[in-house]
Design a protein around this ligand. Sequence first.
Ligand SMILES: Nc1ncnc2c1ncn2[C@@H]1O[C@H](COP(=O)(O)OP(=O)(O)OP(=O)(O)O)[C@@H](O)[C@H]1O
Ligand SMILES: [Mg+2]
Length: 223
Amino acid sequence: MTQTSEKKEQYLSIGAEATLEKRKILGKNIVVKTRVVKGYRNPLLDAPLRRERTSHEAKMLHAVKKWGVTTPTIYLVEPHTSTIYMEYVDAPRLKHVLLDTKIKNTEKMRLCNELGKIIAIFHKHHLIHGDLTTSNVLVRRNKNFKNKKTINELVMIDFGLSTYSHKIEDEAVDLVNLKKTFTATHSTLNEGWGEIQKGYLENGGEKKVLKQMSEVESRIRYA
Ligand SMILES: Nc1ncnc2c1ncn2[C@@H]1O[C@H](COP(=O)(O)OP(=O)(O)OP(=O)(O)O)[C@@H](O)[C@H]1O
Ligand SMILES: [Mg+2]
């Protein structure tokens, strides 16, 4: 294996906003997420913006844990290099699980329901995730030590665009964004979107938010 290919394999993702690298430090797999320099932005604006987004994302990844939502544990935040060092979650994205033909439909529906429930927790606490997609959710096998059963649990990531808001409109937009990518990516998963909505309502998500979604959607259609 060449030096270059070894290096390449370490990258989990190279996006427009951030690069994510898997590294081994003191025998532990970790993820290093670094926000990239935006050449088109004035450096005087770009640096503080990246610093602020990095600190904000780390804060949110940690904050949601107290509501019972699973996220990678943060090990270190380095605002001056716009870098977060966090736990490596050895798990596929929800997107791949939902597209996997070997996985039973009932399990896929359970995961969709679970996702709806987690979004309801966010909205109950006035947190708008801002980038809800099935790529920003990981599905980890988790062994319950009491009954020895293994179940799939959802691990939420990518809180860089999250905000706090008390507006129903913002909650509706959060869900419309998910619906758009969900229905496009998982068009064959009948009932999937319905199950997300069901989980949302079962966990305290408000009907009026779902109603507001139709308004947001019609505005997008006629814009
Ligand atoms: N803690 C983690 N453990 C394992 N894999 C991760 C972890 N965090 C992110 N990933 C992987 O890296 C991908 C990109 O991560 P993330 O969504 O945080 O960045 P991004 O989409 O590039 O960020 P942004 O939307 O802020 O530009 C994820 O879809 C996931 O596959
Ligand atoms: Mg992402």
